[in-house]
Design a protein around this ligand. Structure first.
Ligand code: HEC
Length: 119
């Protein structure tokens, strides 16, 4: 009696190949997930935050509606260091409310990057 043998082909994608592809992608994952949020301030998001939290006093275009609030569209703001602006926004000053706990550091950087476009 003749024995019937199945001519099985080897699978094209092997397990070791799949594993190396998987771990290969893992190696790139941290770059794609963390690069953008950590390094780039986003003025588009900053504009949304500005219109929601700041425009009421500092005006839609940085020309203040409230007499005590300085125009953010003036040159001096543009030349102030980020850290000075961050501190003011975080802690507030006189009539300016503190945004600590309302905006996180990333959102504060976004809103500053937007304010820097107003001059
Ligand atoms: C309730 C009104 C009000 C709101 C809301 C407000 N501010 Fe102010 N802001 C002020 C006033 C008033 C001052 C001036 C404070 C002082 O020095 O007496 C000020 C000061 C500042 C300064 C400092 C300017 C300088 O010359 O150093 C910055 C920057 C600023 N605000 C940004 C913002 C941003 C960004 C937001 C939104 C996240 C915001 N403010 C929301 C009223 C406001």
């Amino acid at each position: 009696m003749k024995q019937i043998t199945l001519n099985r082909k080897k699978p094209v994608i092997s397990v070791p190949l799949l594993l190396s592809a998987y771990f290969g992608m893992l190696a790139f994952l941290p770059v794609s997930v963390f690069a953008a949020p950590v390094f780039a301030a986003d003025p588009i998001n900053g504009q949304k935050i500005y219109l929601m939290h700041c425009a009421g006093c500092h005006g839609q275009n940085g020309i203040s509606d409230m007499p005590q609030a300085p125009n953010l569209a003036r040159y001096e703001i543009f030349t102030k260091a980020d850290q000075a602006l961050i501190d003011t926004i975080r802690s507030g000053r006189n009539m300016m409310p503190a945004f600590l706990g309302i905006l996180n550091d990333h959102e504060i950087r976004d809103v500053i990057s937007y304010v820097r476009t107003l001059h």
